[in-house]
Write a protein that binds this ligand. Structure first.
Ligand code: IDC
Length: 337
């Protein structure tokens, strides 16, 4: 977090004191007013970036969960305390798969789980991204009715919060941009009806590569943007697979479109294999320079190199420090901090 407004943060600290951190074993308690949420309030899109409620640019940095159907055991009070206080993350992306054993199997259970994690992020002063993790089939319209039901429900539940962002399509693939835009223009009004002023994040063509992975570029979005305000477009990259062309696309796009990187890894697109920290750092430098917010994939103890924790960590913790982390985890924790 860039502390654009220390004066306000200090004033709030005086008012709020340290209330709100009691009730669990905090590794490094901090006053509520020092949380990203207390300092920045409701965020919105201004120009091509995200701004706090004083209109100052902010860059949110944090982590995405793994699929909740597989790794919800890694998202618990202790691990979220570590994320908020040890990692000092601004934002938690709550990755709810639609297929592969996710939402479609049990909408009530997954909706409740998402709501629970939004509350947990809120209590810790973090922003929460509700990620509709569609992946296969790649046409978001396949899940349009489910998305309408889900987003009406979560937007109604969280409409009075100031920290929720809605990501309506994780990674479209095998589908043209106008189809994705059409989907967005169906789902965004459903959200706005309940929650008129929260940021909505729209996935882009070809696994949120702005079209690059299927031979396109950001131009298709620039020429034909989604007809809605207060939205951003997403870009995902995996540093060991996605080189120069992807980096340059993100760089150009960020000058013309509001961009949010809701997923990246330091390894290959499989989320596994060797880390390319050199390539990843170039992206991080670009995102710092252009004030692009990001969440890294992923906050779990899956065996793959991109899961930040060593296998078995989520059985009983601990989650703080570098001891439980794989190399990618130690690298990204430092950069979140
Ligand atoms: C991977 C998971 C893996 C799962 C696979 C298919 O790490 O356990 O079997 O998805 O669901 C993405 C996707 C994200 C992928 C990730 C790594 O959004 O779901 O996670 N990735 O492959 N896009 C590019 C990479």
């Amino acid at each position: 977090m860039r502390w654009q407004n220390p004066v306000r943060a200090v004033a709030l600290a005086a008012v709020l004191g340290t209330a709100g951190t009691a009730g669990y074993a905090a590794p490094a308690p901090q006053p509520a007013a020092e949380t990203p949420l207390a300092a920045n309030g409701k965020v919105s899109v201004c120009g091509n970036t995200l701004c706090n409620d004083s209109g100052e640019p902010v860059q949110l940095r944090g982590m995405s969960t793994h699929g909740l159907q597989w790794y919800s055991q890694c998202v618990n009070d202790e691990s979220l305390d570590a994320l908020a206080q040890d990692w000092r993350a601004d934002v938690l992306r709550i990755s709810m798969y639609v297929q592969e054993g996710g939402y479609e199997e049990d909408p009530e259970r997954f909706t409740a789980l998402v709501n629970q994690y939004v509350e947990a992020a809120t209590q810790r002063g973090m922003y929460a991204i509700i990620d509709w993790h569609m992946l296969d089939p790649g046409d978001p319209n396949f899940n349009l009715e489910r998305a309408r039901t889900f987003f009406a429900e979560v937007a109604r539940t969280h409409r009075d919060k100031t920290n929720v962002l809605y990501e309506i399509a994780n990674e479209p693939s095998g589908v043209e941009w106008p189809e994705i835009k059409g989907y967005a223009e169906e789902v965004i009004p459903v959200i706005r009806e309940q929650d008129p002023d929260s940021v909505v994040l729209v996935g882009t063509r070809a696994w949120s590569s702005l079209g690059v992975s299927e031979g396109g570029s950001e131009q298709e979005v620039v020429d034909n943007p989604v007809n809605a305000d207060n939205i951003m477009y997403t870009f995902h990259f995996y540093a060991a697979s996605h080189g120069e062309e992807y980096l340059n696309t993100l760089s150009r796009a960020a000058d013309k479109l509001p961009m949010f990187v809701t997923e990246f890894g330091t390894q290959e697109a499989s989320g596994d294999g060797g880390d390319d920290f050199g390539s990843a750092q170039r992206y991080l430098d670009l995102m710092a320079e252009k004030n692009i917010s990001w969440t890294n994939w992923n906050y779990s103890d899956d065996s793959r190199s991109g899961a930040v924790f060593k296998e078995g960590t989520c059985d009983s913790g601990p989650y703080t420090g570098t001891e439980p982390l794989k190399p990618a985890g130690a690298w990204v924790r430092e950069r979140v901090q």
